[in-house]
Design a protein around this ligand. Structure first.
Ligand SMILES: NC(=O)c1ccc[n+]([C@@H]2O[C@H](COP(=O)([O-])OP(=O)(O)OC[C@H]3O[C@@H](n4cnc5c(N)ncnc54)[C@H](OP(=O)(O)O)[C@@H]3O)[C@@H](O)[C@H]2O)c1
Length: 249
């Protein structure tokens, strides 16, 4: 039986963990050839083993243009084109106003905004007609949360990028959408508390979510398959919240 991403070539930054890893697994199981990128080789190797199918890993820091160029050099040599880009790698910054450092600002905007911009811009020469670009946003782009102002500003910026990029790419047959998870059970979220307080952390986050729980990475991945596939062929420039309703209240 035909799979929805049969024959597609997908690049997923931050594809070695959490949401990016779940997306890589879904894409591969739907027939896509997948290239994941991340900084840690050990995580990339483990991810390749767990994803299965046609998957490659490239060690790259998306905040460094040379790394992003090397990523797409690999993709060009291996596949000759890209059909799906998931700009998903991000770095969280936690600091209240009054304690935000220049380093934290540079890190948050360097990975989340600069990294997203060059992950997409560098892909342009390789993007095929009918391709799909997915930017991982966050429900926090429209919420106020103490100590997360820099992080939420980077995610609001990502939403703004998509609005303008669909005009820059007008008539080119490339769709750009933002996929915005709510709190999702990933290493990034779980790292906010010691293991013994993991459940308390998840419970405290879930209390704000209308569905009453945090999301699972695969629930975000299923929405990514929708945005990557022909099922969303006329969906362009949206921010799709996959957050149990959090951003709507
Ligand atoms: N989990 C949530 O509750 C939640 C909620 C809303 C939005 N999101 C968004 O979902 C996305 C994935 O988050 P996650 O929770 O799945 O995080 P995660 O489990 O920590 O995974 C992050 C991934 O990004 C990679 N990465 C980080 N910095 C990078 C860099 N500079 N260059 C290349 N790769 C980099 C990491 O690998 P290396 O560290 O090896 O580079 C890893 O593969 C992010 O955009 C995040 O903001 C998550």
């Amino acid at each position: 039986m035909a799979k929805v991403l049969d024959g597609k070539v997908a690049v997923i930054t931050g594809g070695s963990s959490g949401i990016g890893l779940a997306i890589a697994k879904r894409f591969a199981s739907e027939g896509a050839s997948v290239v994941i990128a991340g900084r840690r080789k050990s995580e990339l190797d483990a991810a390749v083993a767990s994803i299965g199918g046609d998957v490659d890993a490239v060690q790259a820091d998306v905040s460094k243009l040379a790394d992003v160029q090397a990523l797409y050099d690999f993709v060009r040599n291996r596949h000759g084109r890209v059909d799906i880009v998931v700009a998903n790698a991000a770095s969280g910054v936690f600091a209240p106003l009054g304690e935000i450092t220049e380093e934290q600002f540079d890190q948050g905007f360097g990975v989340n905004v600069k990294g997203t911009i060059f992950t997409v811009q560098t892909a342009l020469p390789l993007l095929s007609q009918g391709s799909a670009v997915i930017l991982t946003g966050s429900s926090i782009s429209v919420k106020g949360v103490a100590s997360l102002s820099v992080h939420s500003a980077t995610k609001a910026a990502i939403r703004c990028l998509a609005r303008s990029w669909i005009l820059d790419l007008k008539g080119k047959g490339v769709r750009v959408n933002v996929l915005s998870p709510g709190p999702t059970r990933t290493p990034a979220l779980l790292s906010l508390a010691p293991p013994e307080h993991e459940q308390a952390l998840l419970d405290s986050v879930a209390v704000n979510v209308p569905l009453g729980r945090v999301g699972e990475p695969d629930e975000i991945a299923k929405a990514a398959v929708f945005l990557a596939s022909d099922a969303s062929s006329f969906v362009n420039g949206v921010e799709l919240f996959v957050d149990g309703g959090l951003a709507q209240i």
